[in-house]
Design a protein around this ligand. Structure first.
Ligand code: B4P
Length: 191
């Protein structure tokens, strides 16, 4: 079973590359960002709680996102494998993911980490904000906060997977297809 963690700062191309990877490797796509935006659009209590945090560029509490992933794993018991997109974003989430997977006799195959510098991230997100309607993509202060939160709370997740020999860095600047091909080379080696 192929289980990939797709990792990187906001705007690194996680969602973009996940869409291509699920098609090629026939995996189930679990994006905590997409699930949370679905809850926001449906106006659920969880969505209301998430909205106030996402629109400030802060992370949603670990317990909420961990619970969301657990229920998705149970809804997809016959999957070929999973792409975890935007999850885990803290070392507590990474530990919880290992536990959830080992309880189901599966494991993370590898982390694919997209590396992109700060100014490029800001430019991409502001550009997406012109059409996405996402409040968190429209204000440079919020985008900078998301990048700061990433540097402080999320980037230590790299070390977590590096210690397990599962960390694979990919240069995330260039054409979407070239980056996809570089990811596939790594995936084909580790799968
Ligand atoms: P996400 O939905 O995960 O948002 P993201 O990091 O902005 O998206 P992504 O990285 O997938 O976008 P992409 O680069 O593909 O999270 C949103 C919020 O939800 C978080 O801030 C947080 O509040 C909350 N949240 C989510 N998961 C959580 C968790 N586990 N714990 C706590 N809170 C959580 O795309 C960006 C743009 O770049 C696009 O316009 C794309 O077209 C463009 N692009 C992509 N590749 C490109 C390339 N090679 N060249 C040029 N442009 C490119």
């Amino acid at each position: 079973m192929l289980n990939l963690v797709l990792f990187g700062p906001p705007g690194a191309g996680k969602g973009t590359q996940a869409a291509k990877l699920i098609e090629k490797y026939k995996l189930v796509h679990l994006s905590t960002g997409d699930i949370l935006r679905g809850e926001m659009a449906a106006g659920t209590d969880l969505g209301k709680q998430a909205k106030s945090l996402i629109e400030k560029g802060e992370l949603v509490p670990d317990a909420i996102v961990i619970g969301m992933i657990a229920s998705k794993l149970d809804q997809n018991k016959s999957a070929n494998g999973f792409i975890f997109d935007g999850f885990p974003r803290t070392t507590a989430q990474a530990g919880a993911l290992d536990k959830m997977l080992s309880e189901r006799n599966i494991a993370v195959t590898g982390m694919i980490a997209l590396e992109v510098e700060k100014q490029e991230l800001i430019d991409r997100l502001l550009n997406r904000g012109k059409t996405s309607g996402r409040a968190d993509d429209q204000d440079v202060k919020i985008i900078e906060n998301r990048i700061n939160v990433y540097n402080k709370e999320t980037s230590p997740v790299k070390d977590y997977y590096e210690k397990q020999g599962k960390y694979h860095a990919i240069h995330g600047i260039g054409s979407i297809d070239d980056i996809f091909n570089a990811i596939c080379k790594t995936v084909d080696k580790i799968k």
